[in-house]
Design a protein around this ligand. Structure first.
Ligand SMILES: NC(=O)c1ccc[n+]([C@@H]2O[C@H](COP(=O)([O-])OP(=O)(O)OC[C@H]3O[C@@H](n4cnc5c(N)ncnc54)[C@H](O)[C@@H]3O)[C@@H](O)[C@H]2O)c1
Length: 245
C-alpha cells in the first residue's frame, strides 16, 4: 500500500485562513502533513486549524504579517519547535484590489507589491536559510496566470505575480546543485473572497455559470503533489491551469 504523500512533513502556510489556504491546508493534513497556519487574521487562521483538526489532521495557528521579516522568523521558529525541521513553505497570502492604472495610487501599488511579492522573497529567504544546511525542503508560492496574460484593473497584481515567476526561476538556479527546490503555481480564477472583490453578485453568477471559475478545492491535489517528494524533477517551474485559455 502507498504511504500518504506528505506523511511526516512539516508545512508552514501563509494566507492559511483564506479561501484557498483553508482547502490546501486540509488537503495537506489529510496527506499526512503537520501544518502551521499563518494569517494576519487570527480568527480565519483558527477556523482553518479547526477544519484540519476536524478532518483528523494536525495544525496550529500563528498570527503572521507576511510583509514583516520578523514575523516569518517567528512563524518558522514556532513551526519547528512544535513539529520539527521545516519541509515546505507554502506562500499563499495575497490581495487583488481592482484598480485601473490611471487611478492607481502609489500606496495601493506599494501595498500589492509588498503583500504579494515582497512576502515571497521574505518567506523564501527565511525558509531556504534553514533548508540549505539540511539539504532538503520545498518553497511553493502562489502566482497566477494573470502574471503571464495580464488583466484589466490588475496592473499591480499582474506585475506582482509575474515577479513571483521570475523570482522563482532565479532562485531555482541558485539551488540547482542542492536538494532544496522552489516552484510556483497558478490555480486559475477561483471563487474566493479575493476573486469576488469588485464584482457584483450578478457578474460573479454569470462567470460561474459560464464555467470560467474553479471551486477552492479544485487545485488541492496539485498543491499536495507539488509539496511532496514526487514532484522532485520540478525546480523553478510555474504550474498553472487557466480557464481563460
Ligand atoms: N482566487 C483566485 O481566483 C486566485 C487565482 C490565482 C491566484 N490566486 C492567489 O491565491 C492566493 C490566495 O487567494 P485567495 O483567493 O485564497 O484569497 P483570500 O482573500 O480568500 O485569502 C487571502 C488570505 O491572505 C490573508 N492576508 C492578507 N494580508 C496578509 C498579511 N499581511 N499577512 C498574512 N496574511 C495576510 C488574508 O487574511 C486571507 O486569509 C493569493 O496569493 C492570490 O493572489 C487566487
Amino acid at each position: 500500500m502507498q504511504a500518504k504523500l506528505l506523511e511526516g512533513k512539516v508545512v508552514a502556510m501563509t494566507g492559511g485562513g483564506g479561501g484557498l489556504g483553508r482547502c490546501y491546508g486540509v488537503a495537506m493534513a489529510r496527506a499526512g502533513a503537520a501544518v502551521a497556519v499563518a494569517d494576519i487574521d487570527t480568527d480565519a487562521a483558527q477556523a482553518t486549524v479547526d477544519a484540519i483538526t476536524a478532518a483528523g489532521g494536525r495544525a496550529f495557528a500563528v498570527r503572521t504579517d507576511v510583509t514583516r521579516a520578523a514575523d516569518f522568523e517567528h512563524l518558522l521558529d514556532q513551526a519547528e519547535a512544535r513539529y520539527g525541521p521545516l519541509d515546505v513553505l507554502l506562500n499563499i497570502a495575497g490581495m487583488f484590489p481592482r484598480v485601473a492604472l490611471v487611478d492607481m495610487t502609489e500606496e495601493t501599488w506599494d501595498a500589492v507589491i509588498a503583500l504579494n511579492l515582497r512576502s515571497v522573497y521574505l518567506g523564501a529567504r527565511a525558509a531556504i536559510r534553514r533548508m540549505l544546511p539540511r539539504d532538503r525542503g520545498i518553497v511553493l508560492s502562489t502566482a497566477s496566470g494573470t502574471g503571464i496574460r495580464g488583466q484589466p484593473k490588475g496592473s499591480a497584481y499582474s506585475a506582482s505575480k509575474a515577479g513571483i515567476i521570475g523570482f522563482t526561476r532565479a532562485v531555482s538556479l541558485e539551488l540547482k546543485d542542492t536538494n532544496v527546490r522552489i516552484n510556483c503555481f497558478g490555480p486559475g480564477a477561483t471563487d474566493t473572497p479575493l476573486w469576488r472583490v469588485g464584482k457584483s453578485e450578478e457578474d460573479a453568477k454569470r462567470l460561474l455559470a459560464a464555467g470560467y471559475v474553479y471551486q477552492p478545492d479544485d487545485f488541492s491535489s496539485v498543491v499536495v503533489f507539488l509539496a511532496s517528494d514526487l514532484s522532485w524533477p520540478l525546480n523553478g517551474e510555474f504550474i498553472s491551469r487557466d480557464l481563460h485559455r
